[in-house]
Design a protein around this ligand. Sequence first.
Ligand SMILES: Cc1cc2nc3c(=O)[nH]c(=O)nc-3n(C[C@H](O)[C@H](O)[C@H](O)COP(=O)(O)OP(=O)(O)OC[C@H]3O[C@@H](n4cnc5c(N)ncnc54)[C@H](O)[C@@H]3O)c2cc1C
Length: 395
Amino acid sequence: MRARSLSSLPSAVVIVGSGIVGAATAYFLARRGIEVRLVEAVAPAAEATGAADGAVSVASKRPGPMMEAALAGVRLYRELESEGLFSGFFKTRSTFIVAASQAECAVLEAHSAALAGAGVRIDILQHEELRQRMPAVSGEAMMAVEVHDEGHAIGYQIVHRLLTAAGIVVHRGAVVEGFLPSSSGNGVRGVMTKHGPVEGDAVVVAAGTGSGALLGFSDVLTPRKGQLLVTERAPELNAGLPGAIMSGRYLLSKGSQNSGHGAPARGLGLVIDPLRTGQFLIGGTREDHGDRTLNDVEAVAKILRDAVALLPGLANVRLLRSFAGSRTAVADGLPLIGRVPGRDNLFVATGFEGDGICLGPLTGKVVADLVCGEAPSLDLRPFDPARFGACEVAA
Ligand SMILES: Cc1cc2nc3c(=O)[nH]c(=O)nc-3n(C[C@H](O)[C@H](O)[C@H](O)COP(=O)(O)OP(=O)(O)OC[C@H]3O[C@@H](n4cnc5c(N)ncnc54)[C@H](O)[C@@H]3O)c2cc1C
């Protein structure tokens, strides 16, 4: 079905940013035979995508449009895996949300009802059943909800896969400074980089935290730092864990049960992901301040203490490295996906906070639909950038 009839498809599209959202948009446009000009300030996956955990998960999503989008996002990963594109890059596993206090049990009960209501397959584990299913988890765990059919993917691997599969060459080191106005109407005819212009019939901004300055959305978008840890290989402990462990506090730190305004200045929501390599990926903080290139001892120590309290076997596993990245958070907790208000052929896809690895491929697919004038397979109305009013795009 066509949302509006375009006299012709674009022949060339400029995409700003080669994180997972830009790379996926590029892939789905290229698959339609459209020439893609992917312009990147640094290098593919240089920002959030290269510093993410990688949960492809519905478990922590807020009920409503985000949960619906995540369900579609996980489905698409599975489809692309069975088509072969993501084969070997997507690990299917459950997520276990674990509550260690009465307060967390209450949040978890409400959240599991919302998950079940959205059609997600869950099991509630208590007492003996919990100990049997997860023997490595400490006695602190009072209750757990197993969310089935979830997965894990490494953001930079997915970007590499999408770009190589579509044969896309990235214009690296090309910071976009503004847009080239079209000679008539409200459109744009490309972007201006520090190396010169790059032209196209449409422009998609998928520049993460860089999108605010380009589109005049700086008040709407906030960088939210996260610190993560990776351990050495511990194959036995890893194999004994039937999926990722997410502490009930993660839901609180992410605001999964509220409107998205309430994230504390430095939240810590524990997620322990057993990787295919036998290592553990452990995260992470949510901080509205701070240099995203730095880790601090206080945060690393706190993450480790919490991780060992929940999974005592980790006490004997060495930490290999710590790293940090910056999520792009939106004031109302929902991403911006759609046409830039008042501009015919300028689109934006950003503001995925801690959900962009899960939603990246799906977003690329629906943005490609929009750019081609087709009705997207996901209802994008809740994510319409126009909800924040008109914006001043950089000239
Ligand atoms: C610590 C941490 C943990 C996370 N865990 C998860 C998780 O478990 N599951 C999940 O789904 N998501 C997770 N995320 C979120 C996920 O990483 C992001 O939502 C996602 O990577 C966003 O992708 P993006 O393409 O929108 O942005 P980015 O990856 O930030 O890419 C934007 C790109 O645009 C480029 N750029 C910026 N400005 C310009 C400009 N002016 N000109 C040209 N290029 C420009 C940047 O260099 C960058 O490469 C996590 C993020 C962090 C930081």
